[in-house]
Design a protein around this ligand. Structure first.
Ligand code: ZN
Length: 158
């Protein structure tokens, strides 16, 4: 395993649309391991492949309930809304308030390329929406209500 460099806002790789993963290769398995290591090292709760410069539809998430790998994810249902503070490992030192659904249901493939259905509420729903936005080249800063703030102390990034 190895840490990968997290791309930061201004890097055009973060504005691109990612391609679907068609097969699980050794290379992709290594990418997933590296993404978890990189995310945990940075104290994040989620990381999308384009954040480490790879334009694949793959995200890793861990909001404290254990690691989740979502390959070719798509949101199939949402409910309610929540507005709360969000940050991003690609936008270091900044945070802002974003409104997201309070519940999401996602269809995806796991690391065995088997179909999985994941449901999340609150922080997990927020993390899923945030990470999936990365796959289509979107950053949370586009959705911030009011001003982007400077982080005062330690906070979770996604
Ligand atoms: Zn992010």
């Amino acid at each position: 395993m190895a840490l990968r460099t997290i791309r930061e806002i201004g890097d055009e790789v973060l504005n691109k649309t990612c391609k679907e993963v068609t097969e699980m290769t050794e290379r992709t398995k290594t990418l997933i391991e590296d993404m978890f290591e990189t995310m945990y090292d940075a104290d994040g709760v989620g990381l999308a492949a384009p954040q480490v410069g790879i334009l694949k539809r793959l995200v890793v998430i861990d909001v404290g309930d254990g690691p989740l790998v979502l390959i070719n994810p798509r949101i199939v249902a949402t409910d309610g809304e929540q507005t709360g503070q969000e940050g991003c490992l690609s936008v270091p030192g900044k945070c802002g308030d974003v409104t997201r659904p309070n519940y999401v249901k996602v269809m995806a493939l796991n690391e065995e390329m088997e179909p999985v259905e994941i449901e999340g509420t609150e922080l997990l729903a927020r993390a899923i929406c945030h990470e999936l936005d990365h796959l289509d080249g979107h950053l949370f800063v586009e959705k911030v209500i009011g001003d982007l703030r400077t982080v005062q102390d330690e906070e979770d990034g996604e």
